[in-house]
Design a protein around this ligand. Structure first.
Ligand SMILES: [Zn+2]
Length: 325
């Protein structure tokens, strides 16, 4: 399972906070125990001494194994005595070491992520998926009944049929997502379900363990611009994610101000993702001709050649909802 750097850095921060919290609670409890049971303080001193002795024994000559064994036994007996004493006065486990033993609270065992950090990452990943939209925003929840079954002269098709086909393509794309799955371009007016469908595909793909980034065009170019003109480690990492995630969803391309930077950045992003065989979904009100005029012929031809174009048609769903449909 891959996690984005954002998820990992949030999770590490949470682990640190958690460690600090349990550490301070542990210290308070320890002081309490020592005050009521001074014997425990003596035992802890003794335990530390036996540990030092064990270390020395390990470094010394021939009878090291026996010496180690003796120390270990003494240690165990003392440990059990200590635990029983604390349990009798404060309850069992009152003064258990609170920090993860496997990684000593660092979150890593060597280069491998420890289970404790992994668990937090999973939670953060779920939050991230939830951020992609509310739980109802699933492919199965896409309502075809919002689209008319009547022939529409303006588009030369039956909206319901067009959208049925779009839903089918999106479902197949999501369910068979893999490296080199290709790209989708959603084109059409506002309120026709482009964002809904893009997010639903993203959730399905994320549920299979792929990394999915969802960005509105404004936020996307903002991240790229920060990485370019204020290349702090964090800013560079966020931009790198846009290049490296398995699926990138760019919502509402065309709502940003398309200056020279945006045009160059969009071309760079498209190229590097296409070259790496990484999937993209772009939603936009713009047609290919408008993309060509707004950005560049190169960008338009890349999108025309490498994206499956899905035309979104029908009546603005927000208006239909207002009418109580
Ligand atoms: Zn751990």
């Amino acid at each position: 399972m891959g996690y984005t750097m954002d998820v990992i850095s949030r999770s590490r921060k949470r682990l640190e906070e958690q460690n600090a919290m349990v550490r301070s609670r542990y210290n308070a409890r320890q002081a309490q125990v020592y005050e009521k049971l001074p014997q425990v303080l003596e035992m802890d001193k003794q335990l530390r001494r036996t540990m030092v002795a064990a270390a020395k024994a390990a470094l010394s000559g021939q009878d090291a194994p026996q010496a180690m064994e003796a120390v270990r036994r003494e240690n165990q007996a003392l440990q059990a005595q200590r635990e029983a004493l604390i349990a009798a006065h404060f309850g069992p486990g009152y003064l258990d070491e609170p920090i993860c033993r496997e990684c000593a609270g660092s979150g890593y065992v060597g280069a491998r992520m420890c289970r404790c950090l992994e668990a937090i990452c999973r939670q953060e990943q779920d939050k991230e998926a939830a951020r992609l939209g509310d739980a109802s925003q699933q492919l199965e929840g896409f309502r075809l009944d919002y689209y008319s079954e009547a022939w529409n002269n303006a588009i030369g098709a039956i909206p319901r049929k067009v959208m049925e086909n779009n839903l089918k393509i999106c479902t197949q794309y999501a369910q068979n997502f893999a490296h080199g799955a290709g790209n989708l371009l959603f084109n059409g007016g506002t309120g026709l379900g482009k964002t809904f469908l893009a997010v639903a595909v993203g959730k399905e793909v994320a549920a299979q363990g792929y990394t999915v980034c969802y960005e509105g065009a404004l936020a996307l170019f903002d991240k790229l611009e920060k990485a370019r003109f204020n290349p702090t480690e964090d800013n560079l990492r966020r931009a790198r994610e846009l290049e490296e995630c398995d699926l990138l969803i760019v919502d509402d391309l065309g709502t940003e101000f398309a200056g020279q930077f945006v045009i160059a950045a969009l071309y760079g992003l498209l190229n590097s993702r296409l070259l790496a065989g990484k999937g993209m979904i772009v939603t936009t009100n713009l047609t290919i001709a408008e993309i060509q005029a707004r950005y560049s012929p190169q960008i338009a031809s890349r999108m025309e050649g490498e994206f499956t174009l899905l035309r979104f048609v029908g009546t603005d769903i927000r208006k239909l909802k207002k009418q109580g449909l």
